[in-house]
Write a protein that binds this ligand. Structure first.
Ligand code: FES
Length: 160
C-alpha cells in the first residue's frame, strides 16, 4: 500500500487487528500482518494496535526494533535483500551489492528517492546451494550474476 494512503487504509488496519483476540500472545502475529500490508509499521496503525491489545507504545517500539522482519521506516515498493552469508559471500555477493548500488544509487539500508527500491543485506536466506542468492519481495533469485541485475531491474520497471 502506498505511504500516501495510510489514512484511507486505517479501516484496513482495524480489520487486520480486530481479527485477533485482545491477548498479547497475538501481538507479534498482528504486527507481522501489518508489516505485510503496509511494508512497514505506520505510527497511526501502531496506535490502533496499542488500544486493541492494551500495551504501552514502548513495548511496540521495542518489538519493532527487535524483530528484523518488522520496521518503523517506510520501505520501497521493491525490497531487494542480498544474502551476504558465508556461502553467498564466497560466491560474490559483494559484487552484487556493488552493482545494485551503482544501478540504483542506494547503499544497504537505504531506500531510493522515488520510494521504489530498498536495499538490504541479510545473513542467510536458507538457499546456500544457489549462492549468491537475493530476494526481491517474495521472489527468489539464485546464482545471480552482477551482469544479470540490469535485466532483473528492467523487468521490475516494466511491471511498474
Ligand atoms: S549464505 Fe546465502 S543463502 Fe545461505
Amino acid at each position: 500500500m502506498p505511504v500516501g494512503s495510510i489514512r484511507e487504509g486505517l479501516s484496513q488496519a482495524k480489520e487486520i487487528i480486530t481479527k485477533y483476540p485482545r491477548e498479547q500472545r497475538f501481538l507479534l502475529a498482528a504486527l507481522q500482518d501489518i508489516q505485510k500490508e503496509y511494508n512497514y509499521l505506520p505510527r497511526e496503525v501502531l496506535g490502533l494496535v496499542r488500544e486493541h491489545f492494551s500495551v504501552p507504545m514502548s513495548r511496540l517500539y521495542s518489538m519493532a526494533t527487535f524483530y528484523k522482519a518488522l520496521t518503523l521506516e517506510p520501505k520501497g515498493q521493491y525490497v531487494i535483500k542480498v544474502c551476504d552469508g558465508t556461502a553467498c559471500h564466497i560466491r560474490g555477493s559483494g559484487l552484487l551489492i556493488e552493482e545494485i548500488q551503482r544501478l540504483l544509487k542506494i547503499a544497504p539500508g537505504e531506500t531510493s528517492a522515488d520510494g521504489k527500491y530498498s536495499l538490504e543485506t541479510v545473513n542467510c536466506l536458507g538457499s546456500c546451494a544457489l549462492a549468491p542468492v537475493m530476494v526481491i519481495n517474495d521472489q527468489y533469485y539464485g546464482k545471480v550474476a552482477p551482469a544479470s541485475l540490469g535485466k532483473i531491474l528492467e523487468e521490475l520497471e516494466a511491471k511498474g
